[in-house]
Design a binder for this molecule. Structure first.
Ligand code: UD1
Length: 433
């Protein structure tokens, strides 16, 4: 298992370039197989989740040409079967997007029930409800979701909860259904809009993505496209909180500031200075940081995927903060780890009560999931002494070159692959600074 060995205490400073949005990429890569023509995807984040999805797609006969690290050409003309192999796909939750894509194109799909981060119960009832409304027969048998339809016919679908996954999945399938589909109470996340824009660039007819009513007019076929994925709002937010926690001065480039509003406004409440540019934001955290309240909500609310990063930063603010997690019940797993670094945080149900401490101290901690792992890295960067963050394979699911980007901002961080390397890195880092 790989680790990051981090010597904390250096304020992050400089510029960092944000990559393409992982959660948009996963849906867009899956949707690329909906045409028999070749699709080119640019600004694809080279992270473990996209790489596993591409491997799974190759496994069913999709032709994938990796043009460079962040560009891929995809041709789905020769899909051999609609049955996705379990071993590959159980690692990533977004495998379920292949269900919507295959069902839309071939009216048939078999995909194992998804894995992904264990951040709480992750039902897929709304996906199934949507596919059924379009006329598909959907069964879950032996851990596999099986969907097939003679024809898919447009329908009026009301989502009982705001769900990104089900909104995107049903939007994909209904693109190639007969007639009109309306999705009400749809998720409004930037990546929902990005997937709709991508499908439209392939000839789909989707209107209203980004609002809570999406209207889709089915088309018979989709065509080739050349598409560049939007910047990753969560990667950007992670660097913004890292700047705040280390009392740094970081310019985060290649972002859409509008997508970062909920994050920006929390950082301002906490006493950071934020400068917004056309496609960049600068976060300066020089003085005292103030406590605040955070409640996770669907977009445009504060993202659940930013909650751990906010939590570890609030743990260093002067006073008491409260975080309410309203999307996934199991997202406070970083708290036990951060408490070992000296944090004073207590969790009751879906609420974390945080009493700010002056400093964290380095310790050996384990990344419990992707975003919690990123949060522990932030804590380590701000901590006194050396921290070893284990199980960083979770972090690598969603952050491209995380250690390299942090090092360019002045962080003292080494990636190691064994206990022996950890020892060597610790010796080296103690000498640095
Ligand atoms: C996606 C993101 C994840 C992010 C989450 C919320 C990907 C690959 N993952 O996950 O990083 O944390 O959005 O922004 O894009 N729900 C149901 N029934 C369903 C589907 C969802 O009850 O059929 C509930 C969930 O339990 C959760 C809420 O809806 O409480 C939101 O889930 P959803 O938006 O679907 O999350 P994912 O798409 O799984």
């Amino acid at each position: 298992m790989a680790q990051y060995v981090i010597k904390g205490g250096s304020p992050l400073a400089g510029e960092v370039e944000i990559g393409g949005a992982k959660n948009a990429a996963l849906a867009i890569l899956a949707a690329s197989i909906m045409t028999d023509e070749t699709v080119t995807i640019e600004n694809m984040p080279a992270v473990r989740d996209t790489s596993v999805l591409l491997d799974a797609m190759e496994g069913i006969g999709v032709e994938i040409i990796r043009v460079d690290k962040n560009t891929v050409k995809i041709n789905g003309a020769r899909v051999r079967n609609v049955n996705i192999e379990y071993e590959l796909i159980k690692k990533i939750r977004a495998s379920y997007y292949l269900l919507g894509a295959l069902l839309g194109k071939y009216k048939q799909a078999e995909v194992p029930l998804p894995g992904g981060c264990n951040i709480g119960s992750r039902p897929i009832d709304q996906h199934i409800k949507g596919f059924k409304a379009l006329g598909a027969d959907v069964k879950v048998e032996h851990g596999v979701i099986k969907a097939n339809a003679e024809r898919l016919v447009g329908a009026h679908i009301y989502m009982d909860v705001v769900t990104v996954g089900a909104t995107i999945n049903v939007m994909m399938a209904s693109c190639m259904a007969e007639g009109k589909t309306t999705i009400e109470n749809a998720a409004k996340e930037p990546h929902v809009v990005d997937v709709a824009n991508f499908l439209n660039s392939m000839g789909a007819q989707i209107r209203g993505a980004g609002t809570d009513i999406i209207r889709i007019k089915g088309v018979k076929s989709l065509h080739s496209a050349n598409y560049s994925i939007i910047p990753d709002q969560i990667e950007a937010g992670t660097f913004m909180f890292a700047a705040a926690a280390t009392k740094g001065d970081v310019t985060i480039k290649n972002v859409i500031p509008k997508h970062l509003e909920s994050i920006t406004s929390k950082l301002i409440e906490m006493g950071c200075e934020i400068d917004e540019f056309d496609d960049a934001v600068r976060v300066v955290a020089k003085g005292r940081l103030f406590p605040t309240q955070v409640k996770t909500l669907p977009y445009p609310g504060f993202p659940t995927d930013m909650q751990p990063q906010a939590g570890v930063t609030l743990g260093l603010c002067d006073g008491s903060s409260v975080i309410t997690e309203s999307i996934f019940e199991n997202r406070f797993k970083y708290v036990d780890e951060i408490v070992r670094m000296g944090a004073n945080i207590k969790v009751e149900g879906n609420t974390a009560f945080i009493n700010g401490v002056k400093k964290y101290t380095g310790a050996n901690v384990s990344a419990p999931d992707l975003r919690a792992g990123a949060a522990l890295v932030i804590a380590a960067l701000a901590a006194e002494g050396v921290t070893v963050v284990d199980d960083i394979h979770f972090i690598e699911r969603g952050y491209e070159d995380f250690d390299i980007k942090l090092r360019a901002l002045g962080a003292v961080i080494e990636k190691t692959e064994s206990e022996k390397e950890v020892k060597k890195a610790k010796m080296k880092l103690r000498i640095v600074v």
